[in-house]
Ligand binder design. Structure first.
Ligand code: SF4
Length: 365
């Protein structure tokens, strides 16, 4: 075994994927933690005395994030109060198991835990949504609902920050994806280390420069308990192609991850800018870039028995919903929340639903 390249006198037991340095376990821990500390202090991620919710899924990223934040908080006196915030999407055989890991983290790290469920917030579990929408657009629903559920949880807990476990690979993948899609607006802001979802609670990414392979290594050597099974509804999505491309490039040169992030950053005017104009959703009252937020639009489609409705372009969908409402009103609709199953009223004749269904088809959503 070569000597540890930090000159501590011990033998190296690993090679750092990010730098290629041969290090002993202790020197790897120190380098890994110091880099995250540097990221936090350089970007001034937290104000002393704040409460921080760690978005905890039970996976490696959020487990390492919670562990390292607790450690750095004590070591450097950040003076933060840390809490765990988990979202239960209602995915049997996946989230129910991973939440058990989060509960273990709660006990191990002595942090309070709040769990918000899709069923309570939206009236639907992901199992039920997949039964309606199939396996094609399920992650659109899940992603939109999770983002809002985290915001709602953060507001409920009255925290000052929401810390997420996005790592360097995630961010490089997103940069690649936005380049491949030609989505310049998202490309312009996807490397931001701090974002604001409109509720005044910044989302921060302390692991922004931390390589995924090192997170796995750190969790392994620290013997952290985390959940590593992939979601049963994980699609063969576009992100998967960006991931494969990134992993192939990383084999040739590990620096490619940092290079992609830095290229993305150079397109970003400043670290917190370039967000769409944020307002409050007229329906649910939470942050949105449209009058009606995407979560409410998706819910509307689900509740009308036409889940694809919410996936379409917001302005066109809004017009369809308005027309549908007028027809229902004229037909004496009981205006029950679940318009696909509104009991004895006129909607049950299904003519109105058929009209809307046809309009959705025409939009080719
Ligand atoms: Fe949700 Fe899709 Fe992620 Fe599964 S893979 S947790 S359905 S976003």
């Amino acid at each position: 075994m070569p000597a540890c390249s930090a000159n501590c006198g011990k033998n190296a037991i690993l090679k750092r994927p990010k730098t290629g340095d041969a290090l002993c376990k202790e020197c790897f821990f120190e380098a890994f933690e110091n880099e995250i500390h540097f990221t936090i202090t350089r970007a001034k991620l937290f104000t002393p005395g704040s409460t921080v919710a760690v978005a905890a899924s039970g996976g490696k990223d959020s487990t390492v994030l919670a562990y390292v934040l607790k450690l750095l908080n004590e070591k450097y006196g950040y003076n933060l109060k840390l809490v765990l915030l988990s979202i239960d999407e209602g995915i049997t055989g996946y989230r129910d198991d991973s939440l058990e890991t989060v509960k273990q983290n709660r006990d191990d790290y002595e942090m309070p835990l709040k769990i918000m469920s899709y069923k309570d917030l939206y009236g639907w579990t992901m199992d039920e949504i997949v039964a309606e929408v199939g396996r094609k657009n399920n992650c659109t629903f899940c992603g939109v609902f999770r983002r809002q559920a985290l915001d709602r949880g953060a507001m409920l807990l009255k925290v000052n920050y929401l810390a997420t476990g996005h790592n360097a690979d995630d961010i490089a993948e997103t940069v690649l994806m936005n380049i491949l899609r030609g989505d310049l607006a998202r490309l312009n802001r996807c490397t931001s280390i701090i974002t604001d979802s409109g509720d005044g609670i910044p989302r921060v990414k302390p692991l922004k420069y931390t390589y995924e392979k090192e997170i796995v290594m750190y969790a392994y050597f620290r013997k952290l308990v985390y959940f590593s099974t992939e979601c049963i509804f994980a699609p063969n999505a576009y992100r998967g192609h960006a991931r494969v491309l990134l992993k192939d490039l990383e084999k040739v040169d590990p620096a490619v991850i940092m290079n992609i992030i830095q290229s993305g950053e150079s397109l970003c005017v400043n670290e917190t800018a370039n967000m769409p104009t944020l307002m409050t959703c007229e329906r649910c009252g939470y942050g949105s870039s449209q009058k009606i937020c995407k979560a409410c639009t998706l819910l509307e489609g689900l509740n009308r028995g036409l889940p694809r409705l919410g996936i379409g372009k917001s302005s066109k969908v809004k017009k369809l919903i308005e027309q549908d409402d007028l027809k229902r009103s004229a037909a004496g609709c009981c205006k029950s929340k679940n318009k696909s199953d509104c009991g004895n009223c006129a909607c049950n004749k299904n003519e109105i639903k058929r009209d809307l269904s046809k309009a959705v088809e025409e939009l080719k959503i």
